[in-house]
Design a protein around this ligand. Structure first.
Ligand code: GLU
Length: 305
């Protein structure tokens, strides 16, 4: 695997720096676009890496996979009364569809859908307790107590979050959110601002590649049917309005974030995290997607075999 990853890194080298950095969040605009990292966690729990795979980056919307996992555990399938599971075919922060569909977001991986999920995660302890539970979960899965929220990124996003605030208030007007808008957004901005390295992220997502079980400890993180469903939502909705393109080129469930990270799940094989900050027009890491394509070319991993 180390050799495969070195080949993948060499294959994307001529493209390093391609794409456009997400500058609508000021704290992200300063990142060097030439960063590249890839890590693969395998069945034995070994994490192989290349490039800047120990450097934490802003995981942004990749966090939505983990909040979905925790919200499903907390409220069960009743979650689907408030959020759908269809691809949206529009941008991650689009408001148009919400009006047509009476405030119920299409899926949990676009911004309004993730806000509904976050709302459902918040219990008695408020937003702080929800974030603490998420951190506990990620640290336990990654086997690394060092995972933190980048407070500067969260603050930067909150300060410039007019569009997300509009989406949240719009849903509030339809009665979809139970908590106060600012409470939901305070948790939402913080989970998007989680800083993780590719190594930590690949290890944290490993249970999704093994039917909800950690393959090393054998412990059930979630029932197998829930893990499969999360993978199916990632497959169909994980990359904004280029989810079809990603499925076509990579053939694995995945989730992109505007920080330039992608988490991809190869069921039965392992979990892959890539990071390269430049995004394509839809908001997926341009070089990250190329790297995943190069990886599946070499490993033959696909959900369609
Ligand atoms: N925190 C970002 C936002 O709400 C997440 C976007 C993304 O990574 O897709 O705009």
């Amino acid at each position: 695997m180390e050799e495969v990853l070195a080949e993948v890194a060499a294959a994307v080298e001529p493209h390093r720096g391609a794409g456009k950095i997400a500058d609508y969040i000021p704290a992200l605009a300063r990142i060097d676009p030439r960063h590249f990292a890839i890590a693969v966690a395998d069945r034995e729990g070994r994490v192989h890496g290349a490039g800047d795979c120990d450097l934490p980056f802003s995981i942004q919307s990749i966090s939505k996979v983990f909040t979905l996992a925790l919200a499903l555990e907390r409220v069960g399938s009743g979650l689907w009364d408030r959020v759908g599971r269809e691809p949206s075919g529009s941008a991650f922060n689009s408001i148009v569809q919400l009006e047509h569909e009476q405030g119920k977001p299409r899926n949990p991986l676009i911004n309004p859908g993730a806000m509904v999920v976050t709302d459902q995660l918040i219990g008695e302890g408020g937003a702080d307790a929800a974030i603490a539970r998420l951190l506990d979960f990620l640290r336990a899965q990654a086997g690394d107590p060092g995972i933190e929220v980048d407070a500067e990124v969260a603050e930067s996003e909150s300060r410039t979050g007019a569009r997300n605030r509009s989406l949240a208030w719009f849903m509030k007007s339809f009665g979809i959110l139970g908590n106060d808008v600012e409470t939901v957004l305070s948790a939402y901005f913080r989970h998007c601002a989680l800083a993780m390295s590719c190594r930590q992220l690949a290890r944290a997502g490993l249970f999704l590649a093994f039917d909800g079980r950690d393959p090393v400890s054998g412990r059930e993180v979630m029932p197998w049917h829930r893990a499969r469903r999360i993978n199916s939502v990632m497959m169909l909705c994980g990359h904004y309005d280029n989810s079809g393109e990603f499925a076509f080129r990579v053939g694995l469930p995945g989730k992109s974030g505007v920080g330039g990270g992608i988490l991809a799940i190869a069921p039965g094989h392992g979990s892959v995290a890539v990071w390269s900050p430049g995004l394509n027009e839809a908001g997926t890491s341009a070089v990250g997607a190329l790297a995943l394509e190069a990886l599946v070319d070499r490993t033959g991993w696909s959900v369609f075999v």
